[in-house]
Write a protein that binds this ligand. Structure first.
Ligand SMILES: *Cc1c(COP(=O)(O)O)cnc(C)c1O
Length: 662
């Protein structure tokens, strides 16, 4: 088992560098939402609030490195997802209490009822924690499929918590929902298309149960951020206005307009701009008013998801950020509803939101160790250019290019580095071309690459201190950055980073009282050029490289990717057959102790093989036959065969990620 580095005895601690400098460098106080910070000891701490018996508030902080230590003692190696249950609870609490504050401040005459959209994190333990803790606020669930409805029906035990059914609904889905309604569960079908209504009417008549109905409108508010196609005329979700009118007519015809009680409007996920939210609510209120005028009773206004997470910590309306706070979000909604409905004397509806991302993002982080580092530093150059040995012939053209390259490296200074940069690339490419044509040897090619690299590193050094960086050189630091190889798979654990360029905060979780001296990008274990992280949140905005510490061969270096609780856990795939990581749920108590509330072993190799239809029993037999044949042919001994069989079986039962020697 790997031993943990001794943080306090680090030899690299620079005199002036403090943990506070690291906090600023990585921007943790901007995106950490008061849950994460750097301690004086240089560790990332997770902090939770407890209300003590006497009503006072207490903050309890735990170093993540201590949780990793606990995981190792329990045989759980990296990589792993760490969930902090308290953070889930804290987010549900903030969301509900922020709405309650806004409701009080505006003398709003109805309640807030949040629902958690299961699709954002379907993991049983997450949903159970949300329904358990959320019951005090009657926090419900949103289901977008039959499977999710089944989760909602079994995990929600509170008859005041809503179940909102979105998505395409077949007769089976509808039947389940109607039974729930009959039991007294407020289970509402949101009509996404006209085609759903006849099935609902038919099943409702057949079972003699009246449905609770909602309609999903297609908002014309286009929003900033990544999900701007979820709204607007071309949105694939929701009803056009003419479809909406037809549904109202059909309901009237069947004498069931009284079942229509909810208006649903989802503008998209991660809406960074508060103005879009206000416009969306305004438009939703107009639809709500229109349906009341048509004679529907209504009563619920469901504003969908979209409450953003500030992954960048920038407080702006850029895609991965948000230009508002939770309280402002709630106030905007409550205020806009009052302004729209009060002049018309329309009673205030129950406000429903379906916040997924903002509820669960904070509670999970991906932890992994660094396995190897590749740097782009030149090796030491010879004292002078090599001369041809006896009998050896230098190609003149190659030799001239090499001499020129050598000279550039001698001449470079802070006034001519841009010219030197261009020359270096030119001569380096001449040598590469000569190598391709067979006019330069492998060692000449290597020398040319090495001198060019030495020059590029010097250029990078100059631009670091330059006031203005020429545009063509802006990308150079990234090209020369170290590659840190991490023990994880982007495709399995951070799929949105790959699929939609999601930015997630990444930083070391220890050694933060030392100055990081390297600039790096991070590569994962897959041999895929997309398996990398090269966009980083820093205290200074987004960057293409991340400052990291040098890695000591004997010590583990741990990084955390934060705010991964939303969407990442189940969207992941089996690229290169890297499977689910271990998952650990921790609960932090007010005495400063933490429990491993749950441990889920990650996939074994035999598990992932079975997902793609391999039968590992047959595979073992096939391997045994092959080994037995080698014994018969005298290639190996029977004892060696047995060793091989043991290794084969141990691998089948092992973790899919890089395992260190035990
Ligand atoms: C995905 C989705 C949500 C969740 O959105 P967040 O931005 O994660 O809060 C809510 N409602 C519907 C209908 C969705 O499709």
């Amino acid at each position: 088992m790997a031993t943990l580095p001794v943080m306090t005895e680090s030899t690299q601690t620079q005199k002036n560098w403090t943990a506070d400098d690291s906090a600023e460098l990585y921007g943790i106080r901007n995106w950490g939402c008061d849950f994460f910070d750097v301690s004086k000891q240089g560790n990332v701490d997770v902090s939770v609030q407890h209300t003590l018996d006497d009503g006072s508030q207490q903050t309890t902080s735990i170093a993540i490195i201590d949780i990793i230590k606990g995981m190792q003692e329990r045989g759980l190696e990296m990589p792993a997802i760490l969930r902090i249950e308290n953070l889930l609870d804290a987010r549900i609490k903030s969301l509900n209490e922020a709405f309650n504050r806004a409701i009080k401040a505006y003398n709003y005459q109805n309640n807030y009822r949040g629902v958690f959209p299961i699709k954002v994190n379907q993991q049983c333990h997450v949903v159970e924690e949300i329904t358990d803790f959320g019951s005090r606020y009657h926090h419900g669930l949103e289901a977008g499929s039959k499977a999710e409805l089944i989760i909602a029906l079994s995990k929600l035990q509170d008859n005041e918590s809503l179940i909102i059914c979105n998505g395409y609904k077949d007769a089976e889905f509808i039947e389940l929902g109607l039974y729930a309604k009959e039991m007294g569960i407020p289970c509402i079908f949101v009509l996404e298309t006209q085609a759903e209504l006849p099935i609902i009417l038919e099943r409702s008549k057949a079972l003699g149960i009246e449905p609770l109905l909602g309609v999903r409108i297609r908002s014309t508010v286009t929003v900033d951020g990544h999900w701007n196609e979820d709204s607007g005329d071309r949105s694939i979700f929701g009803l056009s206005t003419s479809a909406l009118i037809k549904i109202v007519e059909q309901l009237k015809h069947h004498n069931m307009l009284h079942c229509l009680q909810l208006l649903h409007c989802h503008l998209g996920s991660q809406i960074p701009n508060i103005r879009n939210i206000r416009s969306g609510v305004m438009e939703a209120c107009r639809f709500y008013t229109g349906l009341i005028e048509e004679g529907a009773p209504m009563g619920y206004l469901d504003l969908g998801g979209g409450l953003a997470v500030d992954y960048e910590g920038a407080s702006t309306n850029s895609t991965h950020s948000m230009n508002y706070q939770l309280d402002e979000y709630c106030i905007n909604i409550v205020e806009t509803i009052c302004e729209s409905l009060d002049p018309l004397n329309i009673p205030h509806p129950v406000i429903v939101t379906e916040s997924g991302r903002a509820t669960v993002a904070y509670s999970s982080m991906l932890l992994f160790n660094i396995l190897d580092v590749r740097d782009y530093m030149p090796t030491a150059l010879p004292a002078a250019l090599p001369k041809p040995k006896q009998g050896e012939h230098f190609d003149q053209h190659t030799h001239d290019a090499m001499k020129n390259l050598w000279q550039v490296n001698e001449d470079i200074c802070h006034t001519n580095y841009q010219e030197c940069y261009n020359d270096a690339l030119y001569y380096r490419d001449e040598i590469r071309e000569a190598f391709r044509r067979g006019q330069a040897s492998l060692s000449e090619r290597a020398l040319g690459d090495n001198i060019a690299l030495a020059i590029l590193q010097k250029v990078a050094g100059f631009i670091k201190h330059a006031e203005r960086v020429p545009p063509e050189l802006a990308n150079l630091p990234k090209l020369l950055a170290d590659i840190y190889y991490g023990n994880f798979s982007v495709f399995q654990s951070l799929p949105d980073m790959w699929a939609i360029d999601q930015v997630l905060p990444v930083m070391p979780i220890h050694r933060l009282d030392e100055q990081p001296t390297r600039e790096a990008v991070i590569a994962d274990l897959t041999c895929d050029c997309d398996g990398k992280i090269d966009k980083f949140t820093t205290g200074n905005g987004l960057a293409s490289t991340l400052p990291l510490h040098t890695v000591n061969q004997d010590d583990e270096y741990y990084l955390g990717v934060f705010l991964v609780g939303a969407y990442q856990e189940t969207l992941g795939d089996l690229h290169n057959l890297f499977g689910d990581t271990h998952v650990v749920s921790v609960h932090i108590h007010d005495d400063g102790h933490f429990d491993f509330a749950q441990e889920i072993q990650g996939d074994r190799i035999s598990d992932v093989l079975s997902y793609v239809e391999y039968d590992t029993k047959i595979m073992t037999e096939e391997f045994r036959k092959r080994a037995e044949k080698a014994v018969r042919n005298g290639k190996i001994t029977a004892a060696r065969r047995q060793q091989m069989m043991n290794a084969f079986n141990a691998s089948l039962n092992g973790y899919t990620y890089f395992e260190k020697e035990h």
